[in-house]
Write a protein that binds this ligand. Structure first.
Ligand code: SF4
Length: 314
């Protein structure tokens, strides 16, 4: 068992284990179950009820959920864009594979928290997926998502990547992952080798929302990735990162680590995440202010995911 696999067992799951770890606050079991790896939990200030990392992994305090219009169980309807189970095709040149149903951490704003993963498993449906991609030669990029593709073992990831690399018209592989920052021990020597030895151009898109998530362990791990292109996407979350100072600190630190801020997503309106919502007007204002403070390449694009497209704002 790899070190990172051992570490995935070092994860707080459910209210009881969180109560035992944090001591300073009372957790309750949640609709989207509490799941916090110790590597991430150790970055949380136990005495601060407003810690920006803590807020991302617990649901709203209010006993009754305040359901706002426009929020729903599955805001993006990903399944509607799946011509083959486990493959989502929204854009002509690229497809997204649901590579794993597992995540190292449960983010309470996650738009896929109610996704029907059992019907969309790219690994078990690989034959049909491969057939689909081979008959669509204009597809040149495959995105591995989930869940989190880095929750796969190195061996499974290697097999999947080999299958993708065998398709001659695919030249780019993108991995969307929150594991890299939530459990930096996941960046194993073996993983680094796999990502560097493939013939594909590899883009690793981390998911970091606040500079406090960028631990020394993450900084060390990410430096090993060699020729892999590093980008970051964040979700704009009220009370977590909805200020110019927090977002600029995040961009500057990411850049120090060789990661370009790529997307700042408006919240996908999944039920239970209402308290995270930043209004469109405030988001645009904040983004403009950020643009005045930072060099252009440090300002992530403000986008909203739509059912059919990711729309850029400005
Ligand atoms: S790691 Fe990603 S897919 Fe998993 S819960 Fe968090 S946002 Fe959702």
């Amino acid at each position: 068992m790899n070190n990172w696999q051992r570490n995935t067992h070092n994860t707080l799951k459910g209210a009881d284990s969180c109560n035992a770890f944090f001591k300073t606050r009372q957790f309750k079991d949640q609709n989207f179950p509490l799941k916090i790896p110790l590597e991430f939990a150790s970055l949380i200030d136990k005495d601060d009820p407003n810690d920006p990392l803590l807020k991302q992994v617990i649901s709203a305090e209010t006993p009754k959920r305040c359901i706002k219009p426009g929020f729903s169980i599955e805001p993006l309807g990903d399944g509607d864009n799946a011509p083959v189970a486990g493959l989502i095709h929204k854009y002509p040149n690229r497809v997204l594979l649901i590579a794993s149903r597992v995540c190292a951490i449960h983010c309470q704003y996650c738009f896929r928290q109610n996704f029907n993963y059992s019907e969309h498993d790219a690994i078990s449906n690989w034959q049909a997926i491969e057939g689909y991609i081979r008959t669509h030669p204009h597809i040149n990029e495959v995105i591995l998502s989930g869940g989190d593709p880095l929750s796969l073992s190195d061996e499974k990831l290697q097999v999947l990547m080999n299958g993708i690399a065998d398709i001659s018209h695919i030249d780019t592989l993108r991995l969307h992952t929150r594991s890299a920052v939530a459990t930096p021990s996941r960046i194993t020597t073996e993983l680094v080798k796999i990502l560097n030895e493939t013939r594909l151009s590899v883009v690793l898109v981390t998911h970091v929302n606040h500079a406090n998530e960028l631990s020394d362990e993450f900084a060390k791990a990410i430096q090993q990735l060699g020729k892999v292109t590093l980008l970051n996407q964040s979700v704009l979350l009220r009370g977590v990162n909805d200020s110019v100072s927090v977002l600029s600190a995040l961009s500057l630190r990411l850049f120090e680590l060789g990661i370009l801020p790529y997307y700042l997503h408006l919240l996908d309106k999944v039920s239970g995440s209402e308290h995270f919502l930043v209004s469109d007007k405030s988001a645009v204002k904040l983004h403009k202010e950020l643009g005045k403070k930072l060099s252009g390449y440090l300002v992530p694009r403000l986008v909203r995911d739509e059912n059919r497209e990711a729309k850029t704002w400005l």
